[in-house]
Design a protein around this ligand. Structure first.
Ligand code: SF4
Ligand code: SF4
Length: 247
């Protein structure tokens, strides 16, 4: 009923006539909308999302999950049991191993005291290719912080070994350039401080030193060091003690 309620509300708000079928649901109408699920229908496994072959992604930052082709995607969409008009078949309850679906749950308004609220709306990584002065698009050794995270990761392109993308040798020096794409009003950058990159640059410098066999020279070039958050100033102090340079 949810979809029909929404279309009736939409029609009402726009001053249009409410669709007749929403006003006159008869048992027969409902029957027409609900889809019977044939208990004899065989179960078919879901199609797998194709992935890039290991040898094509092992030493680079290419996305490993690819898209389904149109035919497979349409086949998967056709599996939908039309939950837009929930007929309480409880197949979702049966399928959810975590027992997270509760058809009796109703909306509730709660007043609760919390210390902090985490908003996780996702993000798009800033593309620094447009800044020719940094040569991101030209030099394989100029990478974003997220790509550097992948280099440091055991599941990353170099299995956690700290090596340069260009010649696969260990670097002797690494420089971090702060605020690229933030605190800037030019070339599509954001005028605000993203509030996290100073702290994760410090973390990356400390971890890079840990991963390096020889003494690694790490230098962070900054405008202001903004280590927001409880105790992150101590983390900054620790990095100075461990030899990270701030310029
Ligand atoms: S009970 Fe679950 S699976 Fe069945 S129609 Fe409703 S939402 Fe879909
Ligand atoms: S000041 Fe630090 S946290 Fe703020 S945008 Fe620059 S690098 Fe990021």
């Amino acid at each position: 009923h949810g979809k029909r309620a929404a279309s009736s509300i939409s029609a009402y708000l726009q001053g249009k006539e409410i669709p007749l079928s929403s006003q006159q649901d008869s048992a027969k109408d409902i029957e027409k909308i609900y889809k019977d699920i044939d208990p004899k229908k065989p179960k078919i496994a879901r199609a797998k999302v194709p992935t890039l072959e290991v040898n094509k992604r092992i030493k680079n930052f290419k996305e490993s999950n690819l898209s389904m082709d149109e035919e497979t995607a349409k086949g998967e969409a056709a599996r939908c049991i039309d939950c837009g008009v929930c007929c309480e078949c409880f197949q979702c309850v049966e399928a959810c191993k975590a027992e997270a679906i509760n058809h009796d749950m109703a909306d509730r308004w709660l007043d609760i005291n919390v210390g902090s609220i985490i908003l996780a709306p996702g993000f798009d990584c800033f593309d620094p290719s447009k800044y020719t002065q940094y040569r991101y698009a030209k030099s394989p050794n100029v990478i974003t912080a997220l790509e550097f995270e992948r280099i440091l990761s055991a599941s990353g392109p170099y299995e956690g070994h700290l090596i340069r993308p260009s010649d696969k040798k260990e670097p002797k020096k690494i420089a971090w350039i702060q605020c690229v794409g933030s605190r800037d009003v030019h070339d599509g950058a954001h005028p605000y401080c993203s509030a996290v990159c100073c702290t994760y640059a410090i973390k990356e410098a400390i971890v890079a030193k840990d991963h390096s066999k020889d003494d690694l020279d790490t230098a962070i070039f900054y405008i202001d060091m903004r280590t927001y958050g409880k105790d992150f100033e101590r983390y900054y102090n620790r990095s100075v003690e461990e030899g990270v340079r701030f310029i």
